[in-house]
Design a binder for this molecule. Structure first.
Ligand SMILES: [Fe+2]
Length: 446
């Protein structure tokens, strides 16, 4: 233990309650430690000099919760075999909940499904541990990181969003539940709905997401004309969307300008042909609300993208959102996902992005998995919405015109056949044939 040095300190925002996220490329074992007092500089070389503490120790063989109380021996509360990932920039998190009397440890995003170890203080041991469960009114506590100074102060190679995260970040809330990524609005809201775990109500969204939702909740789904025009452009060889889609899986149609508070344009209409899928990606730690405006999309939630990224990541959750449905994310929840259109029609989704006010980075890119490597995607624009609407409307008019001409051709050809069989004069047939040619020339010109 003594080989670990003090590296960094932080504080809970609420007395003995919150989630401590520690992000670095650790090569050596380290400890996150909670002491019920201010930091003591004289103990920087040996945390065991503190009389009382709770620690999360993480090493190559696993992780453990330990507690020290006065003269008592250091006591192991819980162990697990999932510990240090040498050479990987990873987030190791520790949820501390004095009210629920629970400690949880995990990696990546803080979620129930990424929890690797949990410990519940038993009621019978409450008196013994009350220093850490029922602090006095002058609650003093400090979060300390002990480890190799080299691991804590290393120069970062900024390759992905995770490389911009602070060494220690303390969130106010401990992990007590994982909300639903499905956002639903009910009018009126019944009392039962307040406790429904199957979806998230707008009033329960994080503040940034609630703001975005208020902005877009009245946006209508696509109207039937535009739906048909877009489908025509996607499915017809040589038309605009069909051509752009030869180069990429799905389209980003931007609405308005980048206002400087989102990765790329804040409002994007994404068009997903049947079978299209995105890579697994994150969103620069921004908040977002996504509304399905046509069709349906399958959304798979993944754990945080580490650097280097995990091999063969598996989804943590999966659901299908259909026309009129919403999903949401912020830096803490559902930040990493993959969208896939598993239906046989195209899907259109509106994505609205915004950085949280406390975000000091405004990371401008989306990280994604490219053949198991970390890659970055600049969220750009394939077309503006205004331009796309004009193009697909013109293509639709052309199609209608073509269909009229086609019908005329069929009719004239039918008349020629009929005249031929009835022995009519050659001159009349020639006239009709020259009309056919003119229409065909006109069609070719269009
Ligand atoms: Fe996305």
């Amino acid at each position: 233990m003594a080989s670990k040095q003090f590296c960094e300190k932080a504080n809970f925002q609420t007395c003995f309650k919150g989630t401590i996220c520690c992000t670095s490329k650790f090569d050596k074992p380290f400890s996150l430690v909670i002491v019920p007092e201010e930091k003591n500089d004289e103990f920087d070389d040996n945390l065991e000099k503190y009389e009382n503490y709770v620690a999360l120790n993480i090493g190559p063989d696993g992780a453990e919760f330990k507690i020290k109380l006065g003269e008592d021996k250091l006591e192991t509360l819980k162990t697990c075999s999932n510990g240090l990932e040498e050479g990987v920039r990873q987030t190791y998190w520790w949820s501390y909940d004095k009210d629920g009397k629970k400690l949880k440890y995990g990696k990546g995003h803080t979620m129930d499904k990424t929890t690797l170890m949990s410990y519940a203080f038993e009621d019978s041991s409450y008196d013994k541990f009350k220093l850490f469960l029922n602090p006095n009114t002058n609650c003093r506590s400090t979060v300390l990181l002990y480890g190799s100074l080299k691991d804590c102060k290393q120069d970062k190679i900024n390759e992905g969003s995770i490389d911009y995260e602070p060494l220690i970040l303390v969130n106010k809330e401990p992990l007590t539940f994982t909300p639903s990524p499905i956002l639903k609005e009910f009018k009126p809201v019944e009392l039962d709905d307040l406790d429904e775990a199957g979806y998230t109500l707008p009033i329960k969204l994080p503040l940034e997401c609630e703001k975005i939702f208020k902005n877009i909740k009245n946006i209508k789904v696509l109207d039937p004309h535009l739906i048909n025009q877009i489908r025509n452009s996607i499915e017809t060889e040589g038309l605009k969307l069909n051509e752009v889609l030869k180069e990429k899986s799905y389209l980003r149609i931007t609405i308005g300008e980048n206002r400087g508070n989102s990765p790329g344009c804040p409002n994007v209409l994404e068009i997903w042909p049947a079978g299209a899928e995105s890579p697994i990606h994150n969103h620069g730690r921004c908040s977002a609300v996504i509304k399905v405006l046509h069709g349906s999309i399958q959304c798979s939630i993944f754990n945080k993208i580490t650097n280097p990224p995990a091999k063969s990541p598996e989804h943590l959750d999966m659901f299908v959102a259909s026309e009129g449905d919403y999903t949401w994310m912020n830096d803490r929840w559902f930040q990493t996902h993959q969208l896939k259109n598993v239906s046989d029609d195209y899907c259109a989704t509106l994505q609205c992005y915004q950085y949280a006010p406390e975000d000091p980075t405004h990371y401008p890119q989306f990280d994604y998995y490219k053949h198991e490597e970390l890659a970055k995607f600049e969220p750009g624009s394939d077309l503006t919405f205004e331009k796309m609407k004009k193009i697909v409307a013109r293509e639709w008019e052309d199609k209608a015109q073509n269909e009229v001409e086609e019908r005329k051709l069929v009719d004239i050809k039918r008349r020629i056949t009929s005249l031929n069989s009835s022995g009519i004069q050659t001159k009349d047939i020639k006239n009709l044939e020259s009309r056919v040619k003119r229409i065909e020339d006109l069609k070719n010109f269009i």
